[in-house]
Design a protein around this ligand. Structure first.
Ligand code: SF4
Length: 339
């Protein structure tokens, strides 16, 4: 393993690196809702939401979630369907189930007291190496580094070396500011997300440019996987009363489906043919696939299963993000207030 102090990132200049990075973070940190305080509960919720999800999408859901479940006790007492309903649109619903299970453990087994160390956080469902370090450094001031894709990119570029996973964790640990570990970790991730970005790093704006051995793309850096493209078709049928949408026909995904089990969606159909015209199309991306979604007017007699659901029930229903998008676009639900 290549580890020795002469090879650390960025070696003797680590103290300068910390100072400059933290000064930049203090002045430029994005004003994100979960950065308002360091209570473990909101820090934990935000870290789980941020796993595999962009900051912009998390912002839309974070406040709703905390309004609905303001404490770990409220979350532990909630029904799973309510938790999934508020999570709807964030995707990766396993995270919501794990969060809910962990809340129950905290309340029942830890008597409502949050873990104090990264090791204890990691005992909870849904919390791995990255997340336990992120929460413990931010909420408990534990001097422990985090590594995500952003940190890995920054460290590789700063050192101008392709680092193995273990070397990245060591390098991050060596560089960590032990007085302000939570801020330092967030600053590294923020630098990667906003300045040292994958495609075009803004080196001219970078607070550590003088300490960086690459100042640009590292040659041969792996490029993001190309997005796959897929077309899918959904049937939309709804009834109105007094000129307002009253009921819509939806289908529940099987409870043992690997993707979004138990969530409600519109019935998927095969393409009605090249000559027919859909009501409208929407674009939707899930992980590495870009979907072109055609929505067709269709009556439930053609569907094998499903149920008429009252439109006023929809905000509380655990529905897929794509179904919500389609219903908004179709005017069945309103744009504001109903997700
Ligand atoms: S100088 Fe450029 S490549 Fe180096 S860390 Fe800063 S933004 Fe990234």
């Amino acid at each position: 393993m290549q580890r020795g102090h002469h090879q650390n990132v960025p070696g003797k200049r680590a103290p300068v690196f910390r100072l400059r990075l933290l000064a930049w973070y203090d002045a430029h940190a994005r004003d994100l809702p979960w950065r308002k305080n360091r209570d473990p509960y909101p820090v934990w919720v935000s870290e789980i939401m941020l796993q595999q999800t962009r900051v912009a999408a998390v912002i839309q859901h974070y406040d709703d979630f905390l309004r609905r479940f303001p404490t770990v006790e409220k979350l532990a007492r909630a029904r799973q369907s309510s938790v999934l309903a508020v999570w709807s649109g964030l995707g990766y619903y396993r995270r919501a189930r794990m969060l809910h299970a962990a809340a129950k453990m905290i309340v029942r087994e830890l008597h409502g007291k949050f873990p104090q160390t990264s090791g204890d956080w990691r005992e909870l469902p849904g919390i791995g190496r990255y997340t336990c370090a992120a929460i413990a450094s931010i909420a408990c001031d534990e001097p422990i580094a985090v590594v995500d894709g952003n940190v890995e990119r920054v460290l590789s570029r700063v050192s101008s070396r392709r680092l193995s996973e273990q070397q990245v964790w060591h390098a991050a640990e060596d560089l960590l500011d032990r007085e302000r570990p939570g801020d330092f970790n967030q600053a590294m991730m923020e630098l990667g997300a906003t300045v040292c970005t994958p495609k075009a790093p803004a080196c001219l704006l970078c607070p550590v440019v003088e300490l960086c051995a690459t100042r640009g793309d590292l040659p041969g850096e792996t490029k993001a996987l190309p997005q796959k493209k897929r077309e899918i078709h959904y049937a939309l049928d709804h009834h109105s009363e007094n000129g307002r949408p009253a009921r819509v026909f939806l289908l529940q995904r099987p409870r043992d489906a690997s993707l979004m089990p138990g969530m409600w969606e519109l019935p998927e159909i095969s393409s009605p043919g090249d000559h027919a015209k859909p009501l409208f199309k929407v674009k939707h991306s899930i992980t590495v696939t870009d979907y072109t979604v055609s929505v067709w007017s269709s009556s439930p007699s053609n569907h094998t299963a499903g149920k008429w659901i009252a439109v006023r029930q929809l905000p509380k229903l655990a529905m897929t993000g794509l179904a919500r998008k389609i219903l908004r676009k179709a005017g069945v639900t309103k744009s504001a207030g109903v997700r």
